[in-house]
Write a protein of this length. Structure first.
Length: 439
């Protein structure tokens, strides 16, 4: 008779409080709670939450296993159903063969050659906003930079992807509406162990904001020039041929609009904050920009290093959620099938084993190229679900930083510490208020 195999151990982790687990700590300080859990328990941690658990995986090897080598076992699943009222069956939430079909339709719209044709139009958008900044500089106006970057990146996104310019009121409405809806989405994710129909605060307000976004999406589609070979044109062609339904078109435009501005806007706000805190870095950016032609992002390697470092320290999508289909094993610890898995770029990007002086803002760490472990850095996700909009986001950010650095030096309007606020995205807790100096 063969000896009975010893059961494999589950991951260690905190006990939390009765009924709630660690939910109160996660609600109060998600980043600090996750960092302390990793420091105490290691790279695989079981976090009790209400009647279930979340499994925190911190090591780049685990990131690779979830997103690449065993990605078929780790899907978006039921967790992302919490955001389907906003994105429907768009590219972010879809899975399986339907997702592959959508990706094939949209991928050509993000090809580098096609994006390059949009650079001149994007420079015009930036110049329009620079005119407003010149007045603000003259008057000494204090600007809230997360709001400023939101309006600018929405304008850039609509121009580059849809060939449509939204008016100032439409841009402001879109930014406010997304803010309201995403706050509600963040609450839905935070309470994912509750039944989906559980009433949550702010639902009525979120639905009103969603209606405003639906109207903006309809205007974008109506105003689009069908002769344009951009992403929206490709989607409309798919509708015309029956390959995509009108509802699917709505879902994709909503997803693109959100994905094209949210991450970019917050990354840019953090960038201006860090350039002010590290003036020697800002001086190097301005020197590099002065020697380059407008729009020539290939001539801006140091500016790209700055953005990579900002994305390392402040990845806008600070958490990546997956559901495991079957039991899996990480460092000898069993994670059961059906479990909620949490990857945290903010945490993995700061592991001292892979990042010397991980809390230090140091763009020069990128001079030699990406990190030795390719999955120690994943601000845009990874594997086949790598963000489709990554090339556009990087192009937008390089254009914005380079063009506005030519004549503006944003400076903090107050000196109180800027703290992260981790909700649906990673943003500054109390905003980033700045005034504009000349260069």
């Amino acid at each position: 008779m063969s000896p009975r195999a010893a059961p494999r151990p589950g991951p260690p982790g905190p006990r939390g409080v009765p009924l709630l687990g660690v939910l109160p700590q996660l609600a109060r300080d998600p980043l600090g709670t996750l960092a302390r859990a990793r420091d105490r328990y290691g790279d695989v941690v079981r976090l009790p939450v209400l009647s279930g658990a979340v499994y925190l995986l911190a090591h780049p090897d685990h990131v690779e296993r979830v997103l690449v080598t065993r990605n078929a076992n780790h899907w978006k699943g039921r967790l992302f159903g919490r955001a389907d009222f906003l994105f429907g069956n768009g590219l972010v939430l879809n899975d399986g063969e339907s997702w592959h079909a959508q990706r094939r339709v949209m991928q050509p719209g993000f090809h580098a050659d096609l994006l390059r044709t949009a650079v001149d139009a994007m420079l015009e958008v930036i110049e329009d906003h620079a005119r407003r900044w010149r007045l603000a500089r003259r008057d000494g106006t204090v600007l809230e930079f997360e709001s400023e970057m939101t309006v600018l990146t929405l304008d850039l996104m609509a121009t580059a992807m849809f060939g449509v310019r939204l008016g100032a009121d439409e841009l402001a409405t879109t930014g406010r509406a997304f803010g309201v809806v995403l706050e509600h989405v963040g609450l839905r994710f935070a309470t994912f162990t509750l039944p989906p129909a559980t009433p949550l605060p702010g639902r009525a307000r979120a639905l009103r904001a969603l209606a405003a976004l639906e109207e903006i999406v309809a205007r974008l589609v109506d105003r689009h020039d069908p002769a344009r070979t951009d992403v929206l044109g490709m989607l409309q062609q798919a509708v015309d041929t029956g390959a995509m339904s009108p509802r699917q078109l709505r879902d994709e435009v909503m997803t693109l609009l959100f994905g094209g501005y949210e991450a970019t806007a917050h990354t840019l706000a953090w960038t201006w904050h860090l350039l002010d805190r590290h003036p020697q870095v800002g001086d190097r950016v301005r020197a590099e920009v002065a020697a380059a032609c407008p729009g020539d992002v290939a001539a801006l390697p140091y500016t790209r290093q700055v953005l990579d470092e900002v994305l390392r320290l402040y990845p806008p999508f600070w958490e990546v959620l997956r559901s495991s289909r079957e039991t899996d094993e990480f460092d000898g610890h069993v994670v059961p099938g059906g479990a909620a898995i949490l990857l945290v770029p903010w945490l993995t990007h700061r592991l001292p084993e892979f990042w010397p002086d991980p809390s230090t803002f140091d763009p020069d760490r990128w001079a030699a190229g990406p990190p030795a472990h390719r999955h120690a850095y994943f601000p845009f996700g990874g594997g086949q679900r790598l963000c489709i909009g990554r090339p556009l986001a990087l192009l937008e950010m390089q254009l914005v930083v380079s063009q506005l650095s030519r004549e503006f030096r944003p400076r903090r309007a107050d000196r109180r510490p800027v703290r992260e606020r981790a909700r649906s995205t990673l943003r500054a807790r109390h905003g980033i208020r700045m005034v504009l100096d000349g260069t």
